[in-house]
Design a protein around this ligand. Sequence first.
Ligand code: ZN
Length: 269
Amino acid sequence: MGLQRDRSEWQTPEPFLWTLIRNNIPLVIFLGLAAAGMLTVYWFYGAPEEGFAEAVVAAGSGESLSAPIVKQVPPRPVVQRFTQTPGPLHIALIAGHMNHDSGAVCEDGLTEADVNLKVAHSVVANLEARGIRAEVFSEFDPRLQGYSGTALVSIHADSCDYFNEFATGYKISGSPHTDSSQLSICMENEYQAATQLAFHANTITDDMRNYHAFREIAPAVPAIIIEVGFMNLDREMLTTNAHLPAEGIVNGIVCFLATQQSIAEGNAP
Ligand SMILES: [Zn+2]
């Protein structure tokens, strides 16, 4: 009997697939949900209209196979979290004639190059003390080629010969290649205030206007050449009181930097 009952069970087996499903209900539910999820994602990101396959073929006709992105994302404005910081400040000060020649020479051997270098060193030390990076450049310094710092000031002095009582004072010429008017204006005012010298506008030479460094530095770098005084009548101030012309140049540069800062902040200079 027992044998016969067993046989009847063998003869009416449940379908294999049904048994499999019934024994793995959680897995079946999971697969169903996964399929639904994938279909939803496909529907959401899929091509909105006919012609997608053609677009893929057209885009893939080049070297690489690629498809256009069809999901439209509303544009959002990009907000900069931090204000743009300007590049690091750097002022180049040419000590006129340095490493080239002596410039003007006095009868007792005082050279213009010595006067210029002393003033330039004093300016750099003063600027560095204020946290403004500055370096002395020689007259034909290789670093002048394409120099892209904040500003360039070349320091020279006028002849040691005695012409007349008017051969005293300073003069400034700005680069004709870059707008250097703000630097010129600041330097003119501050140099006058520090040294009490007169501004010698009518003796600015073509050598000053066509100064070689103006052509060598990068465009957009303001640059001026200043003749700090005459080595004859202004000699005492240029030698024993060299801190005065240095102070005038430093104040001129600081004034210029303040106007740049003001422009960067959106205020009128
Ligand atoms: Zn010179």
